[in-house]
Design a protein around this ligand. Structure first.
Ligand code: SF4
Length: 298
């Protein structure tokens, strides 16, 4: 079995930065005798979060923040309201790991909504990144997920018709083809109304794009594909979607134990296996799966 790791797989710039800020926070907090607390899991990777918890870093929500502690804000960012709540606690040290690409969307929507634009967001309204983005908008907004393009078609049309200035953004982990489809549709509706303006920003993260392209290319060439990453990670879910469309023998795991006996059998019978990993998957997790696959070679 030939094993190939896709280019551009694993930890992205934003997550690497978040880990390094967290490590620095842990060192400083130990020196100052204070506790480090993540405000929600830093990344959507349960294994990594568990390792930090075993090292004394806890995870909490906004209503249970301990005073005089070091609070680490996750890479997906938090809402404006959550930030205001944090300001009320005394003695907190804030370490903000919000990815600069997410911060850029916050700034864009804040500015455009202050200028009177209604904001159209493509993404998952339940995702913390999207919640953070919508919290920065002072006017009207509409969130649509690609799975809702048909079911919410009328609501989307009404939103566009009812606003003469619209500004569009996409969640960083979105698929470009979906965003292009939405923008084309939205521009077509806007064109029916004289004087209506439609602006859109390119907000899809290049780390996500590169991962998806490299993984998609590799998936076409190998007998089986393994995608590594947290089951609650949005970018890993999209990576798996891209890969499984190109290769029917695709598996999504967090650790070797996730392979069933029949998965293992299929992998054993594969001439070649490709590996890719989500943006919150550390190098050690990739190495672990790779050595498991190598062990199947006998
Ligand atoms: S995937 Fe992109 S937006 Fe998300 S944390 Fe990584 S670099 Fe930032």
């Amino acid at each position: 079995m030939k094993i190939t790791v896709a280019d551009n797989s694993g930890v992205c710039f934003g997550v690497r930065r978040a880990f390094s800020l967290l490590e620095e926070a842990v060192t400083n907090a130990k020196r100052n005798g204070i506790k480090v607390v993540m405000l929600g899991p830093l990344i959507h990777n349960p294994r990594v979060i568990k390792q930090y918890e075993e090292n004394g870093v806890s995870v909490t929500d906004i209503d249970s923040v301990p005073e005089n502690s070091c609070i680490v804000i996750r890479s997906h960012g938090i809402t404006k309201e959550e930030r205001a709540k944090l300001d009320k606690f005394s003695g907190l040290t804030l370490v903000d790991t919000t990815c600069p690409y997410v911060q850029r969307i916050h700034q864009l929507v804040e500015k455009r909504s202050a200028e009177g634009f209604a904001v159209l967001i493509m993404g998952d309204r339940e995702h913390s990144e999207v919640k953070g983005i919508t919290s920065m908008i002072s006017g009207d907004f509409f969130v649509i997920h690609p799975n809702e393009f048909d079911s919410k078609n009328d609501e989307l049309s009404d939103f566009i018709k009812n606003h003469d200035k619209i500004f569009a953004v996409a969640q960083t982990t979105s698929r470009p083809a979906n965003y292009e489809y939405l923008l084309k549709k939205a521009r077509k509706i806007t064109a029916e109304f004289q004087g209506h303006r439609f602006l859109a920003a390119e907000t899809i993260c290049t780390a996500t794009l590169k991962r998806q392209d490299s993984a998609g290319e590799l998936a076409k060439k190998v007998s089986s594909m393994v995608v590594i990453g947290g089951k609650i990670s949005s970018n890993t879910a999209k990576l798996f979607q891209v890969v499984s469309e190109k290769n029917k023998n695709s598996f999504w795991v967090e650790s070797p134990e996730d392979f069933s006996a029949s998965d293992t059998e299929k992998l054993k019978n594969s001439e070649s296996v490709g590996i890719t990993a989500g943006a919150s998957t550390p190098d050690e997790q990739i190495a672990e799966i790779k050595s498991f696959l190598e062990s199947l070679n006998g």
